[in-house]
Design a protein around this ligand. Structure first.
Ligand SMILES: [Zn+2]
Length: 373
């Protein structure tokens, strides 16, 4: 059992561990698939130190933090329709203040250095199951509308022979059918967890509360899961520690690019120091395209393809998250995107659990131990 003091110490440890030059160099060596000794002389220590801090979630901006803290208890009591209207307006206000154009993938801090190192070393970089890059498809089931449309959305993926991961909430306006979960898993889809309720403030809450929340969700779901995405990407060190303790293998709540200053600026999975859990940063999600940027299907698919193409050129992993309730109105977008992905011979379209099993295997072969220490 953790005490408050221990939590504080662990948090400080993880923060200092990610800034440890050796840890960041080790990550670059892993992604480039070269020995650490080849990377070390080529990097500037000061640049690398700064990069490490991007790998853990930073404190949210003032407006966001208080909106989550005070808004969350109220939202839980509202009907679904009203809930969406309110969060859409809150996010529109936030975007006025924080909106910046989507940054270029190759200009992101980690990717920029990765590409420079790759050029200097003249190496192909890590292969993704024999391919140049990997793409991961996920869905967060945020409402009863999402839940109802899910089977039809997955039908589209089946049509192209693709499989995704579905992150369920277990106490948020719909009941997860055990038979559906079993049949999806049998068919190759991955079952993941999005939480008990859609608590955007979960990561900021006391560890005991977080543990209870995750335990309840796992008990409800009653199905083995290894992956998690925090509601509203509100991951924290405490939350990661709980996930690690509960046997999760990965989290996907960090972002490659974001407009409110909380992005990891990389498109590669990385293992948190001192924990046995990986992070797979999100590349893009549907509401960024349709709600925030108000693009039509053709423009939306154009921008997502461009982002994925840039990740492919950077030999990374593109994670595309969609919500069935939004895709219901943008079937053309998703169909076109899936068709494009299915015809790319240079990428590995994998479920996140398969991808993590793959990198974990390579990691253990390289460093000889499952734990990252
Ligand atoms: Zn969500």
């Amino acid at each position: 059992m953790y005490t408050g003091r221990e939590t504080k110490t662990r948090k400080a440890e993880i923060k200092s561990d990610v800034s440890d030059v050796h840890y960041v160099v080790k990550l670059f060596a892993f992604w480039l698939d070269v020995p650490v000794g080849e990377v070390e002389p080529l990097v500037n220590q000061k640049d690398i130190e700064k990069l490490g801090s991007l790998l853990v979630k930073k404190q949210l901006p003032f407006f966001d933090r208080y909106a989550r803290m005070f808004g969350q208890p109220i939202l839980g009591f509202l009907p679904e329709r009203l809930r969406y209207r309110i969060t859409d307006v809150a996010k529109a206000i936030r975007n006025v203040k924080y909106y910046h154009a989507i940054k270029r993938v190759e200009r992101c801090a980690f990717v920029k250095i990765y590409l420079e190192l790759k050029r200097k070393l003249n190496v192909p970089g890590l292969r993704w199951n024999g391919k140049n890059a990997a793409v991961v498809l996920t869905h967060d089931i945020d409402s009863s509308k999402c839940y109802r449309y899910l089977p039809r959305l997955l039908e589209l993926e089946r049509k192209f022979g693709l499989r995704s991961s579905v992150n369920f909430l277990t106490h948020w306006g719909y009941t997860v059918d055990a038979a559906l979960v079993r049949s999806l898993s049998k068919d190759g889809f991955e079952i993941g967890l999005h939480g008990y309720t859609h608590d955007a403030d979960l990561g900021n809450k006391p560890k005991r509360f977080i543990e209870k929340h995750i335990s309840r969700a796992l008990k409800d779901l009653n199905f083995p899961v290894v992956g998690y995405r925090a509601p509203a990407f509100g991951v924290s060190t405490e939350l990661l520690e709980v996930l690690d303790k509960k046997g999760f293998k990965y989290d996907s709540s960090m972002k490659l690019i974001d407009h409110i200053g909380t992005s990891a600026e990389l498109c590669f999975p990385y293992k948190y120091p001192g924990l046995n859990i990986w992070e797979i940063p999100l590349t893009v999600q549907d509401d960024r395209v349709f709600r925030d940027k108000r693009l039509n299907d053709e423009e939306g698919v154009g921008i997502v393809k461009e982002l994925v193409e840039r990740v492919i050129k950077s030999n990374g992993v593109a994670v595309i998250n969609t919500h069935p309730r939004l895709i219901q109105k943008h079937v053309f977008f998703y169909n076109d995107l899936l068709e494009w992905l299915a015809h790319r011979s240079d990428i590995w379209v994998a479920t996140p659990a398969h991808l993590i099993a793959y990198v974990e295997d390579l990691w253990v072969k390289r460093w000889g131990s499952a734990a990252n220490d």
